[in-house]
Design a protein around this ligand. Structure first.
Ligand SMILES: Cc1cc2nc3c(=O)[nH]c(=O)nc-3n(C[C@H](O)[C@H](O)[C@H](O)COP(=O)(O)OP(=O)(O)OC[C@H]3O[C@@H](n4cnc5c(N)ncnc54)[C@H](O)[C@@H]3O)c2cc1C
Length: 422
């Protein structure tokens, strides 16, 4: 979606002009706060259009936020809750839904408590938002890739018309993380800020799949198939436990999907610390171990092991394939051992999938490098928002909610800082 077809000429710096770099949810939200306060905003975006990741996020239904109670919601930000909480207090799930309504897009709460726009689509929301921003006075500069600062401290951009530079009164960087780089956020800002002594936690995959290393036999038969319902249990070497029911998809190299994403931060850190992570799957969450053992103990008669398993427990297809993949053949002749394995099937994870494939990014600009307005301590007048900050959260609308909230916080932070500069 290209908000500005006209050529983007960067004029001489005006007083009280702010450059917002990055046209994702965080940057657009920052721009909105600023124009509402009457500040001139130039928004620079490397891609030909803004909101590309937001549009892709909406492909399976845009999960804007979550309706669960505040305490649960805040707990999703883990160790970064203290930093994110004040911004969510200022612009949290309810405010976000109200904001969507102000753009003519009502939301609804799905059965899981997740919040979606009615119609599930992103495009109407993004269209209405860009229109409102443009009408409000935001000047969009597409195909403007920020490349750093020159020796005189000017912001530099690479554009189809050549190199350009400018000196605004303040800058908001909302450059995203490093996942799905084809959509624009590729983490190329990391060396630019590191060279300016900004403390940055290494970017890592979050909400990502993992490698298991299937046999050729299993991979060719089951890659692409969903496994559901299943309970995933994991306890790391520090004693932190995860247990949740859900589903995942078998991939060529391992698995991915909502249940895996929910555990991905713990699993990623365990692999980083020890080289592997061993999870346990309960393939029959609806049967207690005793009942399962009793069922499997029924005489098999002339039936094959597979049809006995299916008849007694309903396990077939990919779940049966997982058992065959992991268990030695002799266990299938022992009902008690087989039942125990079905309730806690061990799987060894060897690596997270690369950052480029992940839904989101962990790591980024450390909050310690920022003041309470999200302004860089080493670069006065430069603010950071969105996924490029060092926080992570599971899927469920928590990512977008925090991107919107931090975008808003930087807009307000800039206003506060500009007021102090007068
Ligand atoms: C497949 C997928 C599904 C998702 N689904 C959901 C979901 O349902 N719910 C949810 O909450 N979250 C979801 N997310 C995550 C969510 O989309 C992101 O967290 C969010 O878009 C991040 O917003 P942002 O503004 O920080 O960064 P981005 O949206 O990544 O925007 C950053 C922008 O900066 C631009 N940029 C980068 N570098 C430069 C540069 N040097 N110069 C100029 N411009 C630059 C990029 O082109 C990009 O447009 C999903 C993500 C993916 C990949």
């Amino acid at each position: 979606m290209n908000p500005s077809k006209r050529s983007s000429h960067i004029s001489q710096p005006l007083s009280r002009s702010v450059a917002v770099i990055g046209g994702g949810p965080a940057g657009l939200m920052a721009a909105e706060v600023l124009i509402q306060a009457g500040v001139q905003v130039d928004l620079f975006e490397a891609k030909p259009s803004v909101g590309r990741k937001l549009l892709v996020a909406g492909k399976g239904g845009l999960n804007l936020t979550h309706s669960e109670p505040r305490e649960f919601f805040l707990s999703r930000y883990g160790t970064r809750r203290p930093q994110i909480e004040p911004m969510l207090d200022s612009f949290g799930p309810d405010a976000l839904r109200e904001w969507a309504r102000s753009l003519g897009v009502d939301t609804f709460i799905g059965s899981s408590g997740r919040v979606f726009p009615i119609g599930l689509k992103t495009a109407p929301l993004l269209h209405a938002w860009i229109k409102r921003l443009r009408t409000g006075g935001v000047t969009f500069h597409m195909r403007h890739r920020w490349t750093g600062w020159d020796a005189a401290g000017r912001l530099c951009f690479s554009t189809p018309q050549g190199e350009r530079s400018l000196t605004p009164d303040a800058v908001i960087l909302a450059l995203g993380g490093g996942s799905w780089p084809g959509l624009g956020s590729d983490g190329s800002w990391v060396p630019l800020l590191a060279a300016r002594s900004v403390d940055i936690a290494p970017l890592k995959p979050a909400n990502c799949g993992f490698d298991v290393g299937w046999t050729e036999h299993f991979r060719t038969r089951f890659a692409g198939q969903p496994v559901k319902p299943v309970v995933l249990s994991f306890t790391n070497t520090k004693g932190n436990a995860f247990r949740q029911q859900g589903e995942f998809i078998v991939t060529e190299t391992g698995f991915e999907g909502s249940l895996i994403y929910a555990a991905s931060a713990l699993l990623r850190e365990e692999i980083a610390a020890t080289g592997i992570a061993i999870i346990h799957l309960d393939l029959t969450p609806n049967f207690a171990l005793a009942l399962l053992t009793e069922k499997l103990s029924h005489p098999r008669g002339s039936r094959s092991v597979s049809s006995h398993l299916q008849r007694q427990t309903g396990i077939k297809g990919v779940k049966a394939g997982l058992l065959r993949e992991v268990l030695p053949a002799e266990i299938f002749a022992n009902p008690a051992r087989l039942a125990a394995a079905i309730k806690a099937l061990p799987l060894m994870l060897t690596a997270p999938r690369p950052l480029e494939e992940a839904i989101s990014t962990a790591g980024g600009v450390r909050f310690e490098a920022l003041d309470e307005r999200l302004m860089l301590r080493t670069l006065p007048g430069v603010f950071c928002a969105g996924e490029m900050l060092d926080w992570e959260a599971p899927t469920g609308g928590y990512l977008l909610t925090a991107c919107f909230a931090t975008g808003r916080a930087t807009g307000k932070g800039v206003l506060d800082w500009l007021a102090g500069q007068k």
